[in-house]
Design a protein around this ligand. Structure first.
Ligand code: HEC
Length: 121
């Protein structure tokens, strides 16, 4: 519970600071997600896939928080270009994960694009 609270605080901090508001979000709590407007048109299909496949076990909030803060909400490990692929692989190896390698690769490309966007100042 404490970690969830911390994650929300960090998230609130980032969301309230326009300097970090590169990647826009929509909704809140469990319905928090990336704003579809910030998704490049060529990656919208992948965005749909991510919304379907990455929410089988947790909400998109987990992914949004990782991208916005650069830190994984559960393990506090860095979430960046170097580690995002490893997380993708870890997620498809989870029990009952219904994600193909191709879908995971596409999602990693999308997440990297969002990380690049978020890194711009
Ligand atoms: C089969 C269940 C399952 C699916 C599908 C799944 N996840 Fe997860 N995810 C988890 C669990 C369980 C955790 C909790 C921390 C852990 O075990 O890594 C987690 C944690 C995370 C974290 C935080 C990791 C950390 O170290 O704090 C991120 C980021 C993440 N998932 C992204 C994704 C993305 C992106 C997808 C889609 C490609 C996805 N997940 C699909 C089960 C899943």
């Amino acid at each position: 519970m404490k970690t969830v609270f911390m994650a929300l605080c960090i998230l609130a901090l980032f969301l309230s600071n326009p300097a970090y508001a590169r990647v826009k979000t929509a909704g809140n709590g469990d319905s928090l997600n990336f704003d579809v407007e910030t998704i490049p048109p060529d990656l919208r299909q992948t965005f749909n896939t991510m919304n379907k496949k990455c929410t089988q076990c947790h909400s998109m909030e987990m992914v949004v928080t990782a991208v916005l803060t650069g830190v994984c909400p559960e393990t506090k490990q860095p979430f960046d270009r170097q580690t995002v692929k490893a997380y993708g692989i870890r997620m498809i190896h989870k029990k009952n994960a219904d994600i193909s390698k191709k879908e995971m690769r596409d999602i990693v490309v999308l997440l990297n694009r969002l990380l690049d966007e978020q890194a711009k100042k």
